[in-house]
Write a protein that binds this ligand. Sequence first.
Ligand SMILES: Cc1cc2nc3c(=O)[nH]c(=O)nc-3n(C[C@H](O)[C@H](O)[C@H](O)COP(=O)(O)OP(=O)(O)OC[C@H]3O[C@@H](n4cnc5c(N)ncnc54)[C@H](O)[C@@H]3O)c2cc1C
Length: 285
Amino acid sequence: MDFLQPTTWADALAAKAEHPDAVPISGGTDLMVGLNFGQTPPPALIDLTAIPELRDWTRDDGTIRLGAGVSYTRIIDELGAQLPALAQASRTVGSPQIRNRATVAGNLGTSSPAGDAHPPLLATGAVVEAESVRGSREIAIDDFYLGVKRNALAPDELIRAIRVPAAVGPQHFAKVGSRNAMVIAVCTVAVAVDPEERRVGTGLGSAAPTPRRSPDAETFAAASLPWSGGALDPDVAREFGQRLAAAASPIDDVRGAAAYRSHALAVLARRALTWAWSELQEGRS
Ligand SMILES: Cc1cc2nc3c(=O)[nH]c(=O)nc-3n(C[C@H](O)[C@H](O)[C@H](O)COP(=O)(O)OP(=O)(O)OC[C@H]3O[C@@H](n4cnc5c(N)ncnc54)[C@H](O)[C@@H]3O)c2cc1C
């Protein structure tokens, strides 16, 4: 297996164009597991870790631009206030060693329905910056996931960055696993409250062939929450949870039963909205 290690973004794109079968590697925490478990090795790896610009994040006009090489550890340490749901999700990924290496770009590259970064990206309306020698394009997160471990990247494209709107209100991520750490999700939920726009973004994971939003729960929340002030009606929170759960199409598998996933999603969504609304009220008082 060839090992290509470009030190500039332009060289990485050129390497991908020249070797279409070469596979990019960031943290390697998905890729190397697959290879160690007997997946057919690709003819070449393109290591992206020597490209300095990918390791940086910047803030521009209310949007955080996460370079493809930014680790979960840095998101937790540096972006907890600006990207709360993504930071909360990052805290649940693997172990400290995994979080030091692994990236959101790698989570997107794998596009597992169980990837923890996806629900926060969906709830906040993130955008994936994809690029090849042919040019660059922005892929709205809603259009990114195509099926189980399939995404909208063209064969010659690499993810350069992910743009995530900085939080303008409370956000929460909640995960059920078979234990508290080092666990692939049974199901996950993210909510992002935007009190200015009076909307609630949603994302759910590990409960459908792809991570997805619940437009129905979002519309319901926008119409039913007391945006001018006041406590959250428990019936509204419950209905929100049920509508979010109805957007899933879970299966029975080794990690959980479909019926359990549906129930858990409704509970997680109700709790996440309740926590977020309490924070909003506390911030106002
Ligand atoms: C012990 C362990 C525990 C884990 N726990 C969790 C968990 O709790 N939650 C969770 O979500 N995941 C978990 N994972 C999986 C993994 O850590 C995550 O999916 C992580 O986000 C992958 O990032 P990476 O940078 O290591 O990706 P890599 O392994 O480097 O790459 C993953 C895929 O993305 C592609 N890719 C990487 N970078 C790019 C790019 N810039 N452009 C285009 N394609 C790219 C690669 O070609 C590959 O297909 C765990 C893994 C291990 C080994």
